[in-house]
Design a protein around this ligand. Structure first.
Ligand SMILES: [Zn+2]
Ligand SMILES: [Zn+2]
Length: 146
């Protein structure tokens, strides 16, 4: 075990969208495991415990071997999965819808508006202006957080 990592608990979130059922990642220097709730709703048996084990195995490999010590789904990860009694699968068969089209957030004086990439392009590059149907003010980009 690498000192300092042994006793930290990864942040666990249930807000993953898109085609992946689970995800393990380092964000702001901390481990985060995310799960796609829809995957578990559509096919519980396929994802519990396999998807949970899959992501936890990533965390264990990271803790033992460090950030560059092992390939993501290499022998170390596979051995972990075997120890959990799970098949070391990298893909799943649950039909999950892909990500929605990327939108850009704008605001007027009364609400938020999600604009398509095309409208965003026209505003930014072609100086188009769009007005809110309700309050009549021109849409402006939402201030990006942080
Ligand atoms: Zn993986
Ligand atoms: Zn408005």
């Amino acid at each position: 075990m690498i000192a300092g990592r042994a006793n930290t608990i990864p942040e666990v979130r249930f807000n993953l969208k898109g085609k992946a059922a689970g995800q393990w990642r380092i964000i702001h220097g901390r481990e985060q495991i995310r799960f796609n709730p829809l995957a578990f709703v559509l096919d519980w048996d396929a994802h519990f415990p396999a998807t949970v084990a899959h992501e936890v195995a990533h965390s264990i490999v990271y803790r033992i071997h460090g950030p560059r010590g092992a390939r993501p789904h290499g022998p170390e990860w596979q051995a972990c999965m075997q120890a959990f009694g799970c098949k070391p699968r990298v893909t799943h068969n649950t039909p999950l819808p892909g990500r929605k089209m990327k939108t850009h957030e704008y605001i007027c004086d009364c609400q938020r508006h999600s604009l398509s990439a095309r409208r965003h392009y026209l505003i930014q590059r072609k100086h188009y202006r769009y007005q809110c149907r309700y309050c009549g003010t021109t849409l402006r980009p939402e201030a990006s957080p942080g």
